[in-house]
Design a binder for this molecule. Structure first.
Ligand SMILES: C[S@@+](CC[C@H](N)C(=O)[O-])C[C@H]1O[C@@H](n2cnc3c(N)ncnc32)[C@H](O)[C@@H]1O
Length: 346
């Protein structure tokens, strides 16, 4: 192939008129080439494969009020949607450090942001758990942030890719690690966890009402749960009266997958560490915004901000969480559970 010549890549073959699986959605996975098709997908309220729609962007920007020359930390870079908006407001002179523990998506987002014209001097990716932020800042010689954002949980790219093993909706290896290069996969975790511990995890991480029976069903199949489908079948076996597509079954599957994912990734411990260190990571007057997606997260955020206010570390915190407006919830159903809390460093 000659220099400058574009190689023709055959699109993935699929059955029927429309691509159905993640890998078949070649147009969605190539937004630069198929922008017009993506607009139609967004208008339907869907998230194109391989991307993420940032949540409560206007509300977050109103809280953060980023200004030229400021230092920003995005603890959960994801697709870089919030980061891009902040970057546009802190330049010239500002700098954003984008943390993500997912090396796969971090690489893609870094390429995207650099190709959009944000050089390394403006945007620096950091492959790390946000629980390391408190130690990372002084070690990097950075005084602290003026602007801080954490948008907790998973991105749509992670959820939708069956190879990551996060969703019960698609068959894939039962991995569930945000950082697949570290720690134990969900498959390995379920091969050794005790029934009692699994029950406790289902209750503590997702308030699952039928935790005992689900834990028993999973442990009965110990060593034979290798895929998301195997795990879903084990959970469904507790509810023979419900079909896989029944909304009640879907809710139980979602809760159980969430509980196991939180455990595999040590999500609550990481969040508690971040919240404890946050005041020391902020400059006086800095603004912080945190988006959470379930009660286990929101409870921790609310408690940490309230105790920071009581200790005089924050000058003000949100008294109530803000929720996405009706239009956003309708246009992007994945925003429905979001709760936004904020704090201002004293
Ligand atoms: C909801 S997405 C963020 C989306 C982003 N705000 C945007 O607009 O594109 C959450 C991201 O945070 C990352 N993440 C979750 N927990 C983390 C942790 N403890 N440390 C670092 N990154 C984490 C996930 O890998 C994921 O990419």
């Amino acid at each position: 192939m000659g220099e400058g010549e574009e190689r023709h890549v055959r699109r993935k073959r699929y059955r029927g008129n429309h691509p159905r699986t993640f890998e078949e959605k070649y147009k969605e996975l190539d937004p630069a080439r198929y922008g017009a098709d993506l607009e139609k997908i967004l208008a339907r309220g869907d998230t194109p494969a391989g991307s993420h729609r940032s949540i409560m962007v206007a509300e977050i920007l109103a809280v953060l009020a980023p200004k030229p020359g400021e230092t920003a930390i995005d603890a959960t870079l994801g697709y870089g949607g919030h980061a891009r908006e902040v970057l546009a407001r802190i330049l010239p002179g500002g700098r954003l450090f984008g943390f993500d523990r997912d090396p796969v998506e971090l690489r893609k987002t870094t390429e995207r942001l650099h190709s959009l014209g944000y050089p390394e001097t403006a945007f620096t990716p950091v492959h790390a758990n946000f629980s390391d932020l408190g130690a990372w800042l002084p070690a990097s010689g950075i005084a602290g942030a003026d602007v801080f954002i954490a948008d907790l949980g998973l991105s749509s790219m992670q959820i939708d890719d069956p190879l990551r093993g996060f969703t019960f909706k698609r068959k894939g290896p039962l991995d569930m690690r945000m950082d697949p290069s570290r720690g134990e996969s969900a498959r390995d975790f379920l091969a050794t966890v005790s029934e009692q511990r699994l029950r406790d995890i289902l209750v503590a991480n997702a308030d699952e009402g039928r935790a005992e029976e689900i834990a028993r069903a999973i442990c009965l199949r110990r060593g034979r749960i290798a895929t998301t489908r195997d795990l879903a079948e084990a959970i469904c076996s507790v509810f023979p009266e419900l079909s896989f597509k029944d909304p009640e079954m879907a809710k139980t599957l979602r809760r159980s997958f969430q509980a196991i994912r939180i455990e595999v990734n040590g999500e609550f411990a990481a969040l508690e560490r971040l919240l404890a260190d946050l005041p020391t990571c902020l400059k006086p007057g800095a603004r912080a915004a945190i988006l959470s997606f379930h009660s286990g997260e929101d409870r921790r955020v609310e408690a940490a901000l309230a105790s920071g206010l009581a200790a005089g570390l924050y000058s003000a915190v949100s008294t109530e969480s803000a929720r996405p407006g009706r239009e956003e919830r309708y246009g992007n159903p994945r925003s429905t559970a979001a709760k936004l809390r904020w704090a201002i460093r004293a």
